[in-house]
Design a protein around this ligand. Structure first.
Ligand code: GLC
Length: 546
C-alpha cells in the first residue's frame, strides 16, 4: 500500500487545488451488515474501488448520530456515529485505510442546524421559555393576539413556514425541516461548540470538512420579514435575510485559524448557495474557506455558449481571491446529470422524467470529460462513474426526502439520485449488500454495476478511470486558473491547456474540425482523422495531446 500523500515524499502543499474529490453518500454506497442501509464498514471495504478509480479524496456525507429526518443532515451528536453506520472505530478505520491507500478524507459538518433530538434542543424545550439554552437556537414568541402567528414570514427551503410552535407557545426557526432547528450563531456557546467539533475530527485525522449550508449561519439582525411569498423561487438569486449575510465570513476566518494549527493542509469546502459567483468568491478569500462548490456550473445545461460563459465567469471570480475554481455536475441534492441532460433545458435540477436515456448518457460522459479538463478541483458523486441515471419512478410511498412530503419546497425528488449503487451484475441488491436496499433499485441496475463495466472498453467506468489516469499523468491539468479558448464552430468548445487541447461538441450533429493533435481520450466513438481533419461526433468530448 502506498503511503498517505501527506506522509509521502511528494509535497502535500496545495494538494486540494486540483484535486478530484469523490462524494460518498454512506447510506447508499455499500452495506456491510445486510440491513439495507450503507455503512462505514461498507465504505471501508470499497475504498480500493476509489483508489482504482483514481480520485484524490473522498467526501463523506453525514454519518453522525441522527434520527435521519433529513438523511443525517439532522445531527443529534456531532461526535458520535449513528449505529446504522457503525462506530467511531469504524470511522477511524476508514480514515486510516484511506490514508494508507493515498486517499484523503473530508467529512460533512452541519453547523446551520442540529437535529431536534440534539441534547441542547431537547433541554431547551424541556426547560421552557426563558431557559438560557433557548438562546442557542432561535426561539421567539409568536405574533397575533395569542401568539398564534409565526414570528416572521420566512418560509422553509423544504416548503411551508420556517417556524414551528412548541406546546408552551413559543416558536422556533428551522430553515429546513421542523426536525432541524437553526442554531443562533450570535451565541458564543455555539461558536465554542463548533470549534471543539472541528478539533475533534481534525484530531481523528480527517483532511477537511464540507460545510453544509455555509451561507446560512448568520441571520439578519431582528429577523426582518421578506414581504413576499414563494420565497423558494428567490433562493440562489436574491439576497435573503437568512442567507449569505456578511457576518458568516468572520466565523470562517476563525475556523481557518484552527485548521492552520494542524499539519497536512486540511481544507474547508463551502456549500454556499449565493446569487453570483462573485458572492461565492468571498467565502474563499485567503483567510477563509479553501473551496466552494460551483453551483452556477452545476445548474448550466449542456450548451456550448452557456458553458463557456460560466467557465469564464467562474475563473474570473476566483482569480482575485486566489482560490481554485471548482466544478461539479452531480451531488445528493440534484437529479443526476445523465438524467438532466436526457431532458430538455430549463427544467431545473429536480426532475421526474427519465428523458432520452441514451442521449443523456452520451452527454453526461462528454460533460464529465469537459469538466475534468478544466483548471481547478472537480467533484464527482458516487455512481456517476457508472453513468447511473436518476431513478425517476420511485413510488411515492418509498420516498424519504423530507421535502417531498412538504408542499412547494425547493427539493423533493432527491431520492432519485440516492438509490443504492450496483456493484455486481446480480445478487441481492446487486452487491450493495447482502440484504435489501433502503430505496428500491430498478430492474437492470446490475448491468450498470462496477462488475459489469470493469474491463469493458468504452464503458463509462473505464472512461472515468482513463480520464483520471490521464489527468494525473498530464501535469497541470487541474492546476492554474486560466485556459485559452480556440476558434471552434458554433456549439463546439475548444480550449488549450499546457500540452493539451479539449474539444467538446455540444450539438446533436457531427462536426468536422482540424485535427488539434494526438487523440488521448474520447467520450464517444470517433473515426480516424482523414488527412488534417477529424469528425467530432454529436455530444462528444475529445482530449488531445499537443
Ligand atoms: C444541504 C444538504 C442537503 C440538506 C440540507 C439541510 O443542502 O446538501 O442534503 O438537506 O443542507 O441540511
Amino acid at each position: 500500500m502506498s503511503k498517505h500523500p501527506a506522509d509521502s515524499a511528494a509535497p502535500a502543499a496545495d494538494w486540494w487545488r486540483g484535486a478530484v474529490i469523490y462524494q460518498v453518500y454512506p447510506r447508499s454506497f455499500a452495506d456491510s451488515n445486510g440491513d439495507g442501509m450503507g455503512d462505514l464498514a461498507g465504505v471501508r471495504a470499497r475504498l480500493p474501488h476509489l483508489q482504482d478509480l483514481g480520485v484524490d479524496a473522498v467526501w463523506l456525507s453525514p454519518f453522525y448520530a441522527s434520527p435521519q429526518a433529513d438523511a443525517g443532515y439532522d445531527v443529534a451528536d456531532y461526535r458520535a456515529i449513528d449505529p446504522v453506520f457503525g462506530t467511531l472505530q469504524d470511522a477511524e478505520a476508514v480514515i486510516r485505510d484511506a490514508h494508507a491507500l493515498g486517499l484523503r478524507i473530508i467529512v460533512d459538518l452541519v453547523p446551520n442546524h442540529s437535529s431536534d433530538q440534539h441534547d441542547w434542543f431537547r433541554r431547551a424545550l424541556a426547560e421552557g421559555p426563558g431557559s438560557p439554552l433557548r438562546g442557542r437556537y432561535h426561539f421567539r414568541p409568536g405574533k397575533g393576539e395569542h401568539g398564534e402567528l409565526p414570528p416572521n414570514d420566512w418560509e422553509s427551503v423544504f416548503g411551508g413556514p420556517a417556524w414551528t410552535r412548541v406546546p408552551d407557545g413559543e416558536w422556533y426557526l428551522h430553515l429546513f425541516a421542523p426536525e432541524q432547528p437553526d442554531f443562533n450563531w450570535d451565541h458564543p456557546a455555539v461558536h465554542d461548540e463548533f470549534r471543539s467539533i472541528l478539533r475533534f475530527w481534525l484530531d481523528l485525522g480527517v483532511d477537511g470538512f464540507r460545510v453544509d449550508v455555509a451561507h446560512g449561519l448568520v441571520k439578519a439582525a431582528g429577523l426582518p420579514d421578506i414581504g413576499r411569498r414563494d420565497q423558494v423561487k428567490l433562493l440562489g438569486n436574491d439576497t435573503m435575510p437568512f442567507f449569505d449575510q456578511d457576518g458568516v465570513h468572520e466565523i470562517y476566518r476563525g475556523w481557518r485559524q484552527i485548521l492552520t494549527e494542524y499539519a497536512g493542509e486540511r481544507i474547508l469546502v463551502a456549500e454556499a448557495w449565493t446569487p453570483t459567483v462573485e458572492r461565492t468568491a468571498l467565502y474563499v478569500r485567503p483567510d477563509e474557506l479553501h473551496q466552494a462548490f460551483n453551483f452556477q456550473y452545476l445548474g448550466t445545461y449542456w450548451d456550448a455558449a452557456e458553458l463557456r460563459a460560466v467557465i469564464d465567469s467562474s475563473l474570473a471570480a476566483m482569480r482575485p481571491v486566489g482560490a481554485p475554481a471548482t466544478w461539479v455536475l452531480s451531488n445528493h441534492d440534484v437529479t443526476r446529470h445523465a438524467t438532466r441532460f436526457a431532458n430538455p433545458p430549463g427544467l431545473g435540477t429536480q426532475l421526474r422524467t427519465p428523458g432520452d436515456r441514451a442521449l443523456g448518457l452520451r452527454r453526461a460522459r462528454a460533460a464529465t470529460l469537459l469538466m475534468l479538463a478544466l483548471p481547478g478541483s472537480a467533484y464527482l458523486y458516487q455512481g456517476e462513474e457508472l453513468g447511473l441515471p436518476d431513478v425517476t419512478d420511485l413510488p411515492d410511498e418509498v420516498r424519504q426526502d423530507p421535502s417531498f412530503h412538504r408542499a412547494h419546497g425547493q427539493d423533493g425528488f432527491r431520492d432519485g439520485c440516492r438509490v443504492p449503487i450496483p456493484w455486481t451484475k446480480d445478487g441481492p441488491s446487486y452487491g450493495f449488500g447482502t440484504g435489501g436496499s433502503w430505496l428500491p433499485q430498478p430492474e437492470g441496475w446490475g448491468e450498470l454495476s462496477v462488475q459489469a463495466q470493469t474491463g469493458v472498453p468504452g464503458s463509462t467506468l473505464e472512461l472515468y478511470r482513463e480520464a483520471l489516469r490521464v489527468r494525473r499523468a498530464q501535469p497541470g491539468l487541474g492546476a492554474g486558473d486560466a485556459l485559452q479558448w480556440l476558434d471552434a464552430p458554433e456549439g463546439v468548445l475548444a480550449f488549450r491547456r499546457e500540452g493539451f487541447v479539449c474539444t467538446a461538441n455540444t450539438t446533436g450533429a457531427a462536426v468536422r474540425i482540424p485535427v488539434p493533435g494526438r487523440a488521448l481520450l474520447a467520450s464517444g466513438d470517433m473515426e480516424e482523422a482523414d488527412g488534417d481533419h477529424v469528425v467530432l461526433p454529436a455530444d462528444t468530448t475529445v482530449w488531445w495531446a499537443v
